[in-house]
Every structure is written in structure tokens, then in C-alpha cells.
Design a protein. Structure first.
Lengths: 293, 292
């Protein structure tokens, strides 16, 4: 235990004894918090790597040589590569309209953008089945024209776009609201074109928050399971993303392979957390509205 | 915020009746139009289709489907366990947020970063890890079963998974408020002779309650819809450990779109209810304490 004098930067000074809890209570609370987090967060994370490597490094690496595993990795990358940029464009457009202008229904729009976070992933998949599936609203039309959306890649992309919808917008909106419009107005007055104002004034102001949103958006896009499993049909080598492939391998009792693919996803999560923590630490002033997701 | 106000131009009273305040900034039509069109196509229209399909069943048809004994059991399991998990998260979330903000100890930053793991770790990965951890021969399952407590493939397993996914909400909503507490009220309480326990109970904790409730509602909303991390550890026995989202998937696999739609509509309405509750709490908090 460090002495009270070595308090963190967030504490202005060493608190007086009457302004903090007795040392025994402090130690007990810290131990409870660490114990709870170790039990609920750290142990499950440790299981991934322990199980993936349980039959040796050779077997672990062989997992990734499987054609089905490689197809799942490729599909996951493809889906993220389409859905993340789509939500970046939307996030920038929405936050520009919301933060730089004052119009009626602005708060309603913000609430609606957050809506996908309170919809179950399974329901997110279901809504697209109800529209594009064989019994769906557009089902007969799509069948006549031979267009496949459900049980194909477009459905997976749609479901992924839905569940990752708010990530970029919600990072940018509070930041751009704080920044206001004076910088842009100055640039406009000096004769810059709107596009140039965006590229040279707005974008540098929001780049770290944008990166932060992209990190979180990408992690969810690559890891989404529920929504994607409803629309994918789980056709091996064709519509199987990495999380779905983990499920299939696990249900076949192929634990080394299941945890092998899972270990890649866990690494992605750790890299995301590291990047997120770095941005919060190094560029805290360039991120606004830090809150829960 | 608005261009006119920022430039010091008078904002005419008539502008209140307009859709948008005049501004020197370009690009409103393009960005607003694109954002609304994209939002409608991806989110609003598909959700409306679901609600329309559910309402086409009529109130009695919907009621019959929802109160079918297996559906009702699944909804009860989902809502009951989600409430319990959110309550556990609210208590430990407050404790963890307090410890991370107020105390210094080695590894604090690392642990702070770790709190977001459930946001970042794909749910299927969390699911197979929890199932392995708590199964009969798992690291935790073996000692617990020696004590006569089965966790994996029981409702208790579902609870563990829901606690896992909800925890970050409860820590992250409370943490910024604890950091911003005005220490002078604590000092005043101490100077006026209140014990530390009394100061905590009467001065420090009450303003945190709205944030704790917001975290609770967010964790609850997330838990009700959670699928990936639960199905591996749940056992999925009808009437015992079957959650509502899984039942939607089962109905879809049987091509029973109507049944799936009915359950989904109920879940959707419940999560809108949670969203509304969150907004009401935050409104109250803004008026009562001047912060969110």
C-alpha cells in the first residue's frame, strides 16, 4: 500500500484522516474490488489462452491452417472493412448536423441514434429476416430477382452495421458540441471552401475521438455474435464469421480449435483496450463526453 | 453554439418557429439528410416493420403468444436474472468505481482499463470461457461442485454471464461523478463533527444514487437482450434455463416468424421502457443535483 502522500494526480492533496476511510476499511474495499474483478473478468480471459495452448503450440497454430478457419477470418475482416467505414461516414455526417446546427428535434435525433444499443442483438438480426427473409416483406421480390441478403454476406454486413451504429457518432457529437463553430466560421470568413474547412479545421480537431470511436466500432464489428448468427445461416467457408466459427467448433467439442480462434478475438479485445486506454491517457483533452457505453 | 449567436447577431424571435436557426455554417442539408436517411433505412424502418408485424397479431393474439407457458418462462428467466445481475453490478460497480477513483494502489491503472473488458471481448468468447471455467472440471466449477454448488448449465450460470456483461456500465456511469465530488461538502461534514460513516451515508452517497440507478438500468437493458455469452453457460433447458433471446432464435429456426416477432416485440418495448427510465433519472438528477 502506498502512503497517502503518493496520491494519484486526480486527488488534489493527501486527504486528511477525517476525509477518508480508516486504513482497514480501505484495504478491505480494495481487496473486494480486485477480488471481484479477478473472479469475473481476469479468470475468464485467462481460460482462453490456457485452453487454446492446452495441447501445445503446434496444435494451436494448426488451427489457423484450416481452410474454414481462414475463410472465417477473411469474412470477419471483410465485414468490418465494409461496416466500419459506413458508420464512420454516418457518424461524421450526423455529428456535423447535430453539433454545428441548432434545429428542432435535435435531442430526439441523438436518442434515436443511440437506439441500437438498447436493442437485443438477436432482435437486430430478426428485423432484417422479417424484411429480406423468404417470408419477409421484400422476400418474394428478392427471390424473383435472385438477390441473396439473408444467409449471405449482405445480411451479415447489415446486422453488423446495426449493432455498431452509434459508436462513432456518440464519440463525436459531445466533442463537436463542445468545440462549437467559431474555428470553422473563421476559416469560412478567410475564404476556405466548405470541404477545405472540414479537412483542415474540423478533422484535425476530432481525429482522436474519431480514432477512439473506430476502435470500439471495429471491436464490436469483428466480435458480434447474436445478430450475425440470426442472419448468417452458418454456412461453413461462406457465411461463417470468426465468432460463429468459435461456436461451431465448440459445439463439436473441438476445444483447442474453438479457443484458438477465440484467442485471436481475445487478442483483438486486448489491443482495443490498450488503444482505448492510451487515447484516454495521452489525448484526454481531445476526447469529450467520456461515459458508459 | 449557433452561428448567429456566436457572431453576436440578434436571434430573431421568429426563428423559434423555424425548423432550424440560421447559421453561416455550410453542409446542413447534406449531412442532416444523409444522417436521417441512413438512420431510417438501417434502424427505424426495420424496427417499425417488426412492431407492425407484431401489432398485426392484434392485442389478444399477441397476449396469447406471450403468455404461452414456455415463452412466459423464458421471459421471466430473462427479466428476473437480468434484474438480479444488474443489482449485483450496481453494488460492486459503485464499490469498484469508488476504489478506482479515491484510493491509490499498485496496478490501479491496469485494473481501471480491465473494467471495459466485457465491452471489448466478443460475447461468444466470454460464453465459452465462462462455460469452461464453471463446468464440473473447470477451475472454479470443480471446487464449487465439491461444495455442492452447480453453476454451469443452471440459472446461476446465466446470472454469472449477465453480471459479466453488465459490470462496465455500472462502473463507468458512477466513476466520473465520484471524481467530480466537491470535497468541501465532505470537509464541512467532518468539521461539523460527522463521523466518516455518517458523512458517507448523508453527504457523499446520495448525489451518486441517480448515476447508480442509470448504471443499473443500462446493465439491465443490456442483460435482457444478451445472447452470446449466455447460451454456452446456460444449459438452455426449456422452463428452467432458457432465455428469451434464445427462444427467438429457436422459433426462427422452426420458421415460426410470428412467435419470434411476438417475443421480440415484448423485449423491444421493455428496452424502450428502460431507456425512458434512464432519461427520467437523468432529468431528475439534472434538476436535483445539477449533473447527470
Amino acid at each position: 500500500m502506498s502512503s497517502p502522500a503518493m496520491s494519484s494526480p486526480s486527488l488534489p492533496a493527501a486527504p486528511h484522516a477525517a476525509l477518508t476511510e480508516p486504513k482497514g476499511v480501505r484495504v478491505l474495499l480494495i481487496a473486494t474490488a480486485i477480488g471481484f474483478l479477478a473472479l469475473f473478468l481476469l479468470l475468464p480471459l485467462a481460460v482462453v489462452f490456457a485452453e487454446a495452448l492446452s495441447k501445445g503450440l503446434g496444435n494451436y497454430l494448426a488451427t489457423f491452417a484450416e481452410p474454414d478457419a481462414q475463410a472465417a477470418i477473411r469474412l470477419t475482416l471483410l465485414v468490418a472493412l465494409i461496416s466500419v467505414p459506413l458508420n464512420v461516414v454516418f457518424g461524421i455526417a450526423a455529428s456535423w448536423a447535430i453539433a454545428k446546427f441548432d434545429f428542432r428535434g435535435r435531442n430526439l435525433l441523438i436518442t434515436l441514434i443511440d437506439l441500437p444499443f438498447s436493442v437485443s442483438p438477436v432482435v437486430a438480426g430478426l428485423i432484417y429476416v422479417l424484411i429480406f427473409g423468404s417470408q419477409g416483406v421484400l422476400g418474394p421480390f428478392l427471390q424473383r430477382h435472385g438477390i441473396e441478403i439473408i444467409f449471405a454476406v449482405p445480411g451479415i454486413v447489415l446486422a453488423t452495421v446495426f449493432v455498431t451504429f452509434p459508436f462513432v457518432a456518440r464519440e463525436l457529437i459531445p466533442l463537436m458540441q463542445d468545440q462549437g463553430t467559431t474555428d470553422e466560421e473563421a476559416a469560412l470568413t478567410l475564404g476556405a471552401s466548405p470541404w477545405r474547412v472540414f479537412l483542415t479545421v474540423t478533422l484535425p480537431n476530432i481525429k482522436w475521438a474519431l480514432l477512439y470511436g473506430v476502435l470500439l466500432c471495429n471491436a464490436r464489428a469483428m466480435g458480434e455474435f447474436g445478430a450475425v448468427s440470426v442472419v448468417s445461416g452458418r454456412i461453413r467457408g461462406l457465411t461463417n464469421t470468426m465468432p460463429l466459427h468459435v461456436e461451431i467448433l465448440y459445439n463439436e467439442y473441438n476445444y483447442v480449435a474453438a479457443f484458438g480462434i477465440a484467442s485471436l478475438l481475445a487478442l483483438l479485445a486486448l489491443v482495443t483496450l490498450a488503444g482505448k486506454t492510451f487515447l484516454e491517457w495521452r489525448h484526454a483533452d481531445a476526447l469529450a463526453g467520456r461515459g458508459a457505453h | 453554439m449557433s452561428g448567429a449567436a456566436a457572431l453576436g447577431l440578434p436571434v430573431r424571435a421568429a426563428s423559434r418557429r423555424r425548423f432550424r436557426r440560421p447559421s453561416a455554417m455550410p453542409g446542413f442539408r447534406l449531412t442532416f439528410g444523409f444522417a436521417v436517411a441512413y438512420l431510417s433505412l438501417i434502424v427505424l424502418i426495420p424496427l417499425a416493420v417488426l412492431l407492425l408485424r407484431a401489432s398485426a397479431l392484434g392485442p389478444s393474439g399477441l397476449w396469447d403468444l406471450v403468455t404461452d407457458s414456455r415463452n412466459l418462462a423464458a421471459l421471466k428467466t430473462s427479466f428476473g436474472l437480468s434484474l438480479a445481475a444488474a443489482a449485483i453490478d450496481a453494488v460492486f460497480g459503485l464499490l469498484i468505481a469508488w476504489v478506482l477513483t479515491r484510493y491509490t494502489f499498485p496496478g490501479r491503472r491496469l485494473i481501471d482499463a480491465l473494467v471495459d473488458l466485457p465491452f471489448a471481448l466478443p460475447t461468444a468468447v466470454a460464453g465459452i470461457c465462462l462455460a469452461t471455467l464453471y463446468s464440473g472440471n473447470g477451475w472454479l466449477g470443480a471446487p464449487l461442485e465439491a461444495l455442492g454448488l452447480k453453476v454451469a448449465y443452471t440459472p446461476l450460470g446465466i446470472l454469472v454471464a449477465l453480471v459479466f456483461v453488465g459490470l462496465p456500465f455500472c462502473v463507468r456511469t458512477v466513476q466520473p461523478l465520484i471524481a467530480e465530488i466537491d470535497r468541501s461538502s465532505e470537509e464541512a461534514a467532518a468539521i461539523l463533527g460527522a463521523s466518516r460513516a455518517r458523512a458517507l451515508a448523508t453527504v457523499i452517497l446520495p448525489p451518486l444514487i441517480p448515476a447508480v440507478l442509470t448504471g443499473f438500468a443500462l446493465a439491465f437493458a443490456r442483460a435482457v437482450g444478451e445472447y452470446g455469452s449466455v447460451i454456452f453457460v446456460a444449459g438452455n433447458l426449456p422452463y428452467v434455463s432458457e432465455i428469451a433471446p434464445l427462444l427467438i432464435v429457436i422459433k426462427l429456426e422452426e420458421f415460426n416468424y410470428t412467435g419470434a416477432t411476438a417475443i421480440a416485440a415484448v423485449m423491444l418495448l421493455m428496452s424502450f421502457g428502460a431507456l425512458l427510465a434512464i432519461n427520467l433519472i437523468q432529468d431528475f438528477s439534472r434538476r436535483r443535483f445539477g449533473h447527470v
